[in-house]
Design a protein around this ligand. Structure first.
Ligand SMILES: [Zn+2]
Length: 238
């Protein structure tokens, strides 16, 4: 597609998925155009996107599937309070990051799992898809069931970031997406719960920062612009 469009336009064309593009923006806001640092971003939306930035660029891989972080398996069974839960992802896997950390996971797995434990809960009287959309706001207000869902999601991210730390030894980790478009207080709590969910780190890596992705929904568009600029420069267009 890129090649055909490029021939048609007579301009270089590049492609990133939305998660990869947002990861590039997040990286840029911290490290600018420096090629030295590595960062890993997880974007929690309907699914889970993200990216790995190395050398100032998205890791794309052989066929462009690099940085498909949502389908990386995590040892979710080690999270407290989810005994017997079977988180199924739309990709067919059980227990990958998206199967636990996404809006889809809230409707598909968490509400059916937790609602029977809270028999009088108001979300139990609603359609699951409608109820799923209310979980974030109710978690922010301190509802115990909804907080518990977000705690499990944060701990899942902690397990995932631990895998990334041991694979890439990154300079920064980032979390973005609709799930954390909340008050600063809730964001702070969520980041602390990610840390609480991480296995102990070696001393040298314990201080790797976890940031909130800035600019919400527009992070992907901003990252795409940065990628376009890079490709244009590379091709002597700027
Ligand atoms: Zn999956």
């Amino acid at each position: 597609m890129c090649k055909a469009l490029s021939e048609r336009l007579g301009l270089p064309v590049t492609y990133l998925n939305d998660g990869n593009a947002a990861a590039l923006w997040g990286h840029f806001t911290i490290f600018g155009t420096s090629p030295r640092e590595t960062s890993i971003s997880a974007i929690i939306g309907t699914g889970l996107g993200g990216g790995v930035i190395i050398g100032g660029q998205d890791l794309k891989g052989r066929g462009g599937f690099g940085g498909e972080l949502g389908h990386v398996l995590i040892p979710y069974q080690s999270i407290r309070g989810v005994e017997g839960m079977v988180p199924q992802c739309n990709c067919g896997r059980v227990g990958d990051l998206e199967s636990v950390c996404s809006l889809t996971a809230i409707g598909k797995t968490f509400l059916p799992y937790f609602l029977p434990k809270y028999p009088d809960h108001e979300l139990g009287k609603m359609d699951i898809p409608a109820a799923a959309k209310l979980v974030r706001g109710m978690a922010e207000k301190g509802d115990p069931l909804c907080r518990e869902i977000f705690r499990v999601q944060a701990h899942a991210l902690g397990l995932f970031f631990d895998e990334m730390i041991n694979t890439f030894d990154p300079d920064a980790l980032m979390v973005g997406g609709g799930a954390i478009e909340t008050s600063q207080e809730f964001q702070k709590w969520f980041l602390q719960e990610i840390r609480n969910g991480m296995p102990p780190q070696r001393e040298e890596q314990a201080g790797i920062p976890i940031h909130i992705m800035p600019n919400g929904d527009t992070a992907g568009a901003r990252g795409a612009a940065i990628e376009a600029l890079r490709i244009a420069r590379q091709n002597g267009r700027l």
